[in-house]
Design a protein around this ligand. Sequence first.
Ligand code: FAD
Ligand code: EPU
Length: 338
Amino acid sequence: MIKPQFDITDKLTFNVPAKSSFYIEVFSDEELLEALAWAQINNQHILLLGGGSNILFHKDFDGLVIQISHKGITVLNDDGRFIEVVIGAGENWHEFVLYAIEKGWGGIENLSLIPGRVGASPMQNIGAYGVEIIDVLKYVEAINISTGKLRRFKVEECELGYRDSIFKGREKGKWAITRVAYTLDRQSPLKMSYGAIEAELSSIPFETRTYKDVSDAVIRIRQSKLPDPAVLGNAGSFFKNPIISKVDFDKIHASHPDMPNYPQDDSLVKLAAGWLIDKAGWKGHDRVTHGVHDKQALVLINKGGATGGEIWILAKEIMASVKEKFGIELEPEVNQIR
Ligand code: FAD
Ligand code: EPU
């Protein structure tokens, strides 16, 4: 049922006040198609919502918010090693990770504890601790918002890149993702080389380590630096890690030899936005209702009572400050609803 003047605040991990003119939660393609038709007839803008963990509303939304809540986990194929599984877009991502680990299916254990839903996993090609969705994605099923037609995007058609996809880029706002299929692997090797995973696992003999051990290690590392949205409003990393030319990198590196850097190829280097923001003096910055997390400068927080507009003002000041100090343009990672 479409609800008018709906308060969506508690559907957003940033916990900023926001209303939408209309709201509906849909659990099937049929319900989604009805909602899309209603919006067309009533001339309403559409905004799709999953778990609300990567989105910042600057103000109320003038239109229909459709929360995609399709459920279901179906194994399409299992040859004894590889499992092809298709999941409803509304399933919780972390619960699916735990389900896969329980079944002995490897490939997504490093993506433990990422908030949000399955449907958003290809949106920005979610990634953490050396794994991205592109590594396991098989296809995405989505309904075209204007025509209502269902299309299957093979992984190579999703144009996945670092925190990017066709759905966030070229075809932004055109598709409602309803199901996502992944290929998992019972013999997928454990990936322990990223960050502090190896150190976290040092007490467990190498040969006995399991997907669950890696997942537990990732969870512990994440909990040590990222705020729990149930306690402190946030949307994870607010900015993307910038990728700059090797030529520009060499210039900055000369005066900041301790700067973390991740060469992408011969000509491009990724930098740590958290380090840049930290060095520019923003870590722990406090504006009473909101600020910059004191354990991870890449995370902006709503301590209670901040509006999305106020958080955006802080974000713009941080961008200007990093630009002035390092000459680097930060780009928001969180989706901005202005
Ligand atoms: P939402 O926030 O609801 O939506 C995100 C975007 O996708 C919006 O533009 C929305 O319109 C669109 N969208 C959502 N669902 C659909 C759909 N079914 N069809 C079409 N469009 C849709 N991300 C990482 O990649 N790695 C991390 O390590 C990570 N850590 C995080 C830690 C914390 C504490 C938090 C709060 C966030 C973190 N994130 C991370 C960001 C976030 O969890 C992911 O981007 C997640 O995939 C968002 O899912 P969601 O369902 O909440 O999407
Ligand atoms: N750093 C600082 N100060 C800070 C924060 C970070 O000096 O305040 C330094 C760290 O010491 C480290 C480097 O910056 O040398 C990178 O920090 P970290 O390992 O915490 O990872 P990140 O690059 O900040 C990225 C993702 C996270 C993901 C982690 C782990 C982006 C934008 N962020 O963070 O994703 O969980 O790596 O893979 O790519 C998200 O997208 O919301 C998110 C949390």
